[in-house]
Ligand binder design. Sequence first.
Ligand SMILES: Cc1cc2nc3c(=O)[nH]c(=O)nc-3n(C[C@H](O)[C@H](O)[C@H](O)COP(=O)(O)OP(=O)(O)OC[C@H]3O[C@@H](n4cnc5c(N)ncnc54)[C@H](O)[C@@H]3O)c2cc1C
Length: 393
Amino acid sequence: MNCPEPKMMQAYDVIVVGGGVAGIAAAVASARNGAKTLLMEKSVILGGLATLGLISWYEPLCDGEGKQMISGIPEELIHLSIKDSFEDLPTEWGGNGHFPKNQHRYATHFSPTVFPLLLTEYLEENGVQLRLDTLATYPDMEEGICKGLLVETVGGREYFPAKFIVDATGDATVCHRAGVPTELGENYLTYVTHQLTKEGAAHALEGDFCKARKWHMAGSTLTGKGQPEGMKMLRCETADDVTEFVVKGGKLALERLRKTGKEERDIMTLPGMPNYRKIRRIIGEYEFDGSENEVKFDNAVGSMGDFRKVGKHFQLPYTTLYNKSFPNLFAAGRIISAKGDGWEITRVIPVAALSGEAAGTAAALCVKTETNSHTLNIETLQSTLKNAGVLFE
Ligand SMILES: Cc1cc2nc3c(=O)[nH]c(=O)nc-3n(C[C@H](O)[C@H](O)[C@H](O)COP(=O)(O)OP(=O)(O)OC[C@H]3O[C@@H](n4cnc5c(N)ncnc54)[C@H](O)[C@@H]3O)c2cc1C
C-alpha cells in the first residue's frame, strides 16, 4: 500500500470527538475551564442522535416528583433546544404550557432542524474550535498515552496532536481503537421518521409546529414491542451491520407509509444516523448498573433521575468516565461505563450531556494541573462543577 503521510495540524489541549449532546457539553465545559479545545464531528450537522437521529425529545432533568436532578450545561441545552422553535415544556419548568397530557416533568420536544444551528452558535460563543466533516480514525497510542488523532477529511488525512481526548462518538470508536476494554450493545430494530400529515398541517396553520411534526417509529419500541418476528437482537460492529439495520428499518417505514394514501402525508425527514440505542460502551473503573438508587459516591460528578420511573435519585461516579490504563482518554455520553439498567439510565440526552460536562471539565483540569484522569484531585473537580451550577442533590 502506498498512502500519503498525514498533514500535521495544530495541537490542542483537549480534543472532543463527536458533536452529539455529550460532545457539545464536553467541549463547552473544557473551553470554559481554559483549555484550548477542538470539537471534531464527522457529519455536518451538530447534535448527533438528538437531532440527526430525529429523537427530538429531551428526557427529564427532574425526578418526576418535582425535584430537579440535573442542571449545569444539560439545563442550558434544554433551553437552547427550544430558544427559536416550538416547545412543550411544562409551565412549572418555565415552558409555554403546551405540554402533552399528564406530562409534568422537566422535559420537552424540540426542533431537530433548528437546534443544530443554535448549537453552532453556542460553540462559537464559548470559544470552542469546530471542525465538521472530520472523521477521527485512529488514536496515536504510545504505552497507553494518546499522543494525537489521525483523521480523514475532504482535504485528505490529517494528524492532530492533543494532550487529552474526550471520546463522545456514541460508539466509543476512539477508546475501542486505543485498546480500552469495551462491551457491545444489543439493539431492537428501530427507524425514526418525521412525517407531515394534513392534520399536522392544520396544526401548523394554527401556529402549533410541535404537533405539525409527527414522530413515527417503525420497528421496535424501547422494550421490544414491534420487533419483527424471529429477528435477533442487533449489534453494530461493521458497515454491513449498519447497512442491514438502516435498510431493514427503512423497509418497515415504507410499509407503514403505504398504509396511507400519497395525498395524505409526506415524510419530512429521514434519520441521518442509525437509530441504535446502544452501540459500544467502555469498561471503566466503575460500572454503573442502575442499582445505585440513593447511593452517595465520594467521587460523584452530578446527580440524575431515571427517565422511565419517578422518585429515583442517582449520582454519577467519576470513575465511569475513564479506564485508568489510558490516563488521557475520557468517555462521555452513551459510551460511558454503565451496564444493564445503568446503560438505559445514562444514555439519554440530559445524562449524556451531564457526563459530557464532567468529562470536559475533568480533561481541562488535568491540563491545568498537569495530572491525568486518575490522579486528578476529585475535590477540585467537584468544586469546579458545583461552581458551574452542577447539582449533586
Ligand atoms: C430510537 C431512539 C430513541 C431515543 N429516544 C430518546 C428520547 O426520547 N429522549 C432522550 O433524551 N434520549 C433518547 N434516546 C437516546 C439519546 O438520543 C442518545 O443516547 C443521546 O442523544 C446520545 O448522545 P451522545 O452525544 O452520547 O452520542 P451521539 O448522539 O451518538 O453523538 C455522537 C456524535 O459523534 C459523531 N461521531 C461518531 N464517530 C465519529 C468519529 N469517528 N469522528 C468524528 N465524529 C464522530 C456522530 O456523527 C455524532 O454526531 C433515543 C435513542 C434512540 C436510538
